[in-house]
Every structure is written in C-alpha cells, then in structure tokens.
Design a binder for this molecule. Structure first.
Ligand code: SAH
Length: 259
C-alpha cells in the first residue's frame, strides 16, 4: 500500500440531492460534486447529469431498489470508508435530505469511527416538496400548525396510529414515506381511530419524474384505486390537502380569518 500524503487526506460529503429534479440540487451540492473523486449514488438521487457535475469522479451506483437491496448498507459503509482512507474525496449522494430516512447520521458515525472528516449538505426532502408540487402546503395559518413525517416501511404500530390519529383530528398534517405497501393497514388504523373518512389526502408517485402521478382522494376512498399505486410515493393526509379542489376557497378563507 502506498502512503497517502497529508494534503490529500480523504473526506466524505454526505449530500442531499433532492427528490429527483436536477434543479432541486443545492449549489453547495454541485460545488462539492465537482471536486469528488468518487460518487456513491443512491437509487432516488438524480443521476443523468452526474458525469457533468462530477467530471473527475468514478460513479458507483449503490442504489437500492425497494424490496431487493442491491448493495447492502454494510458494503456501502465499507466502500465509503475504503475510498476515503485512500485519500479520495467521496461524495455520498442521497435522494431528498440525508437526515430524513436517509441513514445520513449512521454513515457519518461510521466515518467518524475511522477518523474520516465528513461534511453534511442538506437537501430538499420529498416529504415536503412532493405535496408542494401537487399544490399542498404542510402548514397553513388557521388550519395546520404541525406536521409529522413518518416512515411506514414497517406497519405502523397501534401506538403510532393513536398518535397520528390524534394529530390529524387536531388539524395536523402527516406525510408518509415508504408507505405504499402498508397503506391499507395505515388507512384502516386511522379510520378505526375515528379519523374522518372525508379527510382529504394526496399521494404523489414518482415525483419530479416524467411519469409523475398525483392521486387526490380522501381517507375513506383512497384504497379504491390502490392497485394503480406504485412506489416510490409520498402520501400526505390532512385538512391542508383541501388546498386543491372544490374546498379551496373555504380552506383559504380560514387562513385569512386569523390575520
Ligand atoms: N431522504 C429522502 C427519503 C428517503 S426514503 C427524502 O428526504 O426525501 C425513500 C422514500 O422517499 C420513498 O419510498 C418515497 O416515499 C419517498 N420519495 C423520495 N423521493 C421520491 C420521489 N421522487 N417520488 C416519490 N417518492 C419519493
């Protein structure tokens, strides 16, 4: 093994790449990508422009396809560490924000244990930007002053469903990630706990891609077209979803009442 000169000490950049539209990459992200020697790329990160953004880098796709993990997390960690210890600048490019269900903190910790410097670059998270794309704000004066982002990768527990139902009944907003497979369980749980069947919701599938789809519905009707729904998708539930549709005037009226 060759010795690494001090000035070429490796480092890791944990980069949030946003939900898929290259325009939602931050300027910081683009700047560090241009210096990268290696890019470890996630499944949901934008990739078409990578050769231009990271012209000197070896690009390694470690993306995960839901259900079948292509590269196990441990191997991703090992790759990241190995390249950094070789003195390389490693850009770890992740979909959305690295700290929203992105294992960002875990990867940072793994590097820290090896004495590798890490910089974190926040990204635009799908949990907010996808409903926004569909016209839905997660907060709205006089309507919702709280929102929760939840992973439904595993079925939500009774206690979690209790909490989320309470939040929704109090006018809050819930954005669900990784929740397509478990949606029937989630919806049944919310209805059982007294969430109104006419509570509006929206699911945005393949956000910021050519085949993006938006499904507006209610908690009571959302499963009617369930067979059309495919991951990746973000489901947002709450009164704010009435910002689109026939109840828009009423909803926006509430927002201005309190001024
Ligand atoms: N760190 C990411 C989330 C990673 S978890 C972020 O902040 O956005 C992966 C989940 O994010 C997917 O299952 C889906 O629920 C959501 N997601 C991310 N990008 C998406 C996109 N472009 N379209 C639809 N869903 C997306």
């Amino acid at each position: 093994d060759t010795e690494v000169p001090a000035e070429s000490q490796g480092e890791v950049f944990l980069i949030g790449a946003g939900p898929g539209d290259p325009g939602l990459m931050t300027r910081h992200a683009l700047e560090v990508l241009s210096q990268a020697d290696v890019v470890l790329l996630d499944h949901l990160a934008p990739y078409q422009d990578l050769p231009r953004w990271a012209p000197h880098a070896e690009i390694i796709d470690v993306g995960k396809i839901p259900g079948k993990h292509r590269v196990p997390q441990r191997e991703i960690d090992q790759l990241m560490v190995r390249y950094a210890l070789q003195g390389k600048k490693v850009a770890r490019l992740k979909g959305g924000d690295p700290y929203v269900f992105g294992r960002g903190a875990e990867e940072l910790y793994v590097c820290e244990k090896e004495g590798i410097p890490v910089k974190v670059f926040s990204g635009v998270t799908s949990s907010i930007s996808l409903p926004a794309m569909a016209g839905v704000p997660l907060t709205l004066r006089g309507v919702s002053h709280m929102f929760t982002v939840v992973s439904a990768h595993q079925k939500l527990t009774d206690s979690e469903l209790d909490q989320l139902s309470g939040l929704l009944k109090d006018g809050g907003t819930v954005s669900i990630l990784m929740g397509v497979k478990t949606l029937p369980h989630t919806i049944a749980g919310l209805l059982e706990r007294g969430v109104r069947p006419d509570m509006p919701m929206v699911t945005v599938q393949d956000g910021f891609r050519a085949h993006q789809r938006e499904y507006f519905s209610t908690v009571g009707t959302c499963l009617e077209n369930y067979d059309q729904l495919k991951p990746p998708a973000v489901t947002t539930i709450g009164n704010v979803c009435a910002a689109v549709g026939e109840n828009r005037e009423e909803l926006m009226g509430k927002a201005f009442e309190t001024h």
